[in-house]
Design a protein around this ligand. Sequence first.
Ligand code: SF4
Ligand code: MG
Length: 331
Amino acid sequence: MEKVLEVNELHVSFQTYGGRVKAVRGVSFDLRKGETLAIVGESGCGKSVTSQSIMRLIPEPPGTIDSGSILFKGKDVTKMKEKELRKLRGAEISMIFQDPMTALNPTLTIGDQIMEGIIQHESMPKEKAKQKALEMMNLVGIPSPEARLKQYPHQFSGGMRQRIVIAMALVCEPEVLIADEPTTALDVTIQAQILDLFRDIQKKTGVSIILITHDLGVVAQVADRVAVMYAGKIVEAGSRREIFYQPQHPYTKGLLRSIPRLDIEGEELIPIAGSPPDLFSPPEGCPFAARCEHAMEVCDRVYPFTSALSKEHQVDCWLQDSRALAAASMK
Ligand code: SF4
Ligand code: MG
């Protein structure tokens, strides 16, 4: 399948008073046309920084893309100038965030806000832009769009506001939509509706979606492929089936044990004990070693190689790697 986006060995860090935080430490993945890739992990694992780097939205400084490349249709986003980035943002890659209220301007009608993007990027005449806005409102399921065009954000419910934000993100027909915790602020019923909407939009427009979330329930509903991040690295990646039914990394297994599943009754939920390592001076070996019940001597010293388990499925864990023994005698 055609690749829309290719991230190679991305390293991102932030200068803070306490030193440099290595937030993203060698992340590689690709995004294919029309698919939904979920990036999951606990807060602070680097998933948001990764996605913001794709649009160059991290503040530089204190943030820096230290190395690696982000290829969008063959062009490296890490090398783009501000002018190119302005064209890219919104028109080709678009992003929506957790809280719809922060994305909306309370003093403008939603019609004006949906139209703003197209008028800015495509210098479309206002009447045509209005037609486009109506079309978008239909697409995202806002009833009686003609009447609601003139209303303000506070006149909409939380779920409707998130639909408006999605309409704004899609109005320029971007190839990639990045959604960072898009349903976290919504209650469960509305959350399910918004996830349905994502699937529906994808079917109609062919947009490729990167979904950033800490919630495996959300992943199960919409993702085609899943990348699990821990301490700034992708520790396991695979198809949704592989990640949910044949997880191999002890961290992925831990995440799955810590969420309620509808198909297992009376199961016990087990949180993962301990906390992620400090990213000021990340461990040389496997960053999960301090929390891992299978940790071996080699794990503390050497970061595992990536093992390919199938065409899609890969994992960074010594348990999967026959080279562990050789590595144990390294150094
Ligand atoms: Fe556990 Fe070692 Fe695998 Fe890391 S590499 S997850 S410490 S077994
Ligand atoms: Mg985040």
